[in-house]
Ligand binder design. Structure first.
Ligand SMILES: [Zn+2]
Length: 377
């Protein structure tokens, strides 16, 4: 064996053998996908409102200024694709582990198979399209009274409905464009339409079909600390393809696109709101977490001295009284009112927005209006 092969073999991490994970390891891909989707709006915070202007909606502007952080766009699409590909193999594995691999690739495999010596972990797994094709064949092969159908396949019939099929097909196309060429990405309208209208609904159905395996587990970023059901709110947004394609888009379309922007910002901050308890407890600094809330409180109160300070509010993302509203000092710009722009920042979870994208209250994402300008509506 090559020295480098030997080195890697000694130092690999064999999930499922060295340690167990629950839920299955492919949920890490879902974490990556959502993390990247949520941060994809971050760089647009100050200028997102310009997208509303018809003259800003030309092809180059939508590509250059509004496709968001292209790294996040690529990585989220790859993450969602990887999650779905691994989940398809997870279903096949439960029907029969041999369905996930190309086990008759070589004559050696045939003899190992005949001698019942085959180790499927050493075999190459099938690619995405073959996994999909094998799963489709499973639905034909196993009748509805078979154990395979009742125990595994029954919950996944929706994968072959038109909606799911279209989503999987397009996710696969975007994945191939990114992996094989990398020069074409969806612009923000195509991206947010695709993820909110097709990918998240499909991921939600897969999660629901699978969740009986994990008890009460739910990815922590599906809900904020204040119980805003982010996935539920994404599902409430209904954008028709016709509206998304119109040159002159409806007010409803823009309202929905702005709501998606708000949900991404809430998701970005909700994603960080978890303590990853992977350290040995005895090695933690004991007072750190105990005093954390007090520290945030002291920091928040000290901001009252800021010349632009307006108010301290309860954060609608993390629930702490650490969200500060500021009014921008715009005295140097002659053509705007003194209360031209408000903005807020939560010093606990980092939830930060300007009033250029409207108040979260307008979208039903805050119980109270945060900006004084919205309170006057
Ligand atoms: Zn917060």
């Amino acid at each position: 064996m090559d020295l480098l092969d030997d080195f890697f073999k000694k130092n690999d991490v064999r999930i499922g053998k060295d340690f167990e994970v629950k839920p299955a390891i492919h949920y890490l891909s879902l974490h990556d996908a959502f993390h990247n989707y949520f941060i994809s709006g971050r760089s647009l915070k100050s200028t997102f409102h310009f997208i509303y202007s018809k003259e800003k909606q030309n092809r180059k502007n939508l590509s250059y200024n509004y496709s968001g952080d292209s790294k996040a766009v690529s990585m989220s699409l790859l993450g969602f694709h990887r999650f779905i590909e691994l989940h398809l193999k997870h279903i096949l594995y439960k029907v029969n582990p041999l369905l996930t691999v190309n086990f008759l690739d070589s004559k050696l495999n045939v003899f190992e198979y005949l001698n019942l010596e085959i180790d499927i972990n050493n075999l190459r797994t099938v690619d995405f399209s073959e996994a999909l094709s094998r799963l489709k064949k499973c639905f034909k092969k196993y009748n509805k009274k078979s154990d395979e159908y009742i125990n595994v396949l029954e919950g996944y019939e929706f994968l072959f409905e038109n909606e799911s099929w279209n989503c999987i097909r397009h996710l696969s196309k975007w994945r191939n464009k990114i992996m094989h060429n990398g020069e074409t990405l969806p612009n923000i309208i195509a991206y947010d339409y695709f993820i909110s209208q097709q990918v998240i609904p499909l991921v939600n159905r897969i999660f629901n079909a699978d969740k009986s395996n994990y008890g009460s587990y739910q990815p922590h970023y599906f809900k904020t600390e204040t119980n805003i059901d982010l996935i539920g709110e994404f599902l409430k947004v209904e954008i028709s393809l016709k509206d998304a394609m119109e040159d002159v888009k409806t007010d409803k379309f823009w309202f929905d696109l702005f709501k998606i922007f708000h949900l991404k910002e809430l998701g970005r901050c909700a994603f960080k709101q978890i303590y990853q308890g992977v350290n040995v407890k005895a090695c933690e600094v004991p007072q750190d977490f105990k005093l954390y809330k007090e520290r945030i409180k002291r920091f928040t109160i000290s901001e009252k001295k800021d010349p632009n300070f307006v108010s301290i509010n309860t954060c609608n993302c993390c629930g702490m009284d650490s969200l500060i509203v500021y009014r921008n000092d715009v005295s140097h710009i002659s053509w705007v009112d003194s209360d031209y722009s408000y903005w807020f920042k939560c010093f606990n979870c980092d939830y930060t927005l300007k009033d250029n994208v409207a108040d979260p209250f307008v979208f039903g994402l805050s119980k109270t209006a945060l900006f004084p300008s919205s309170q006057r509506i």
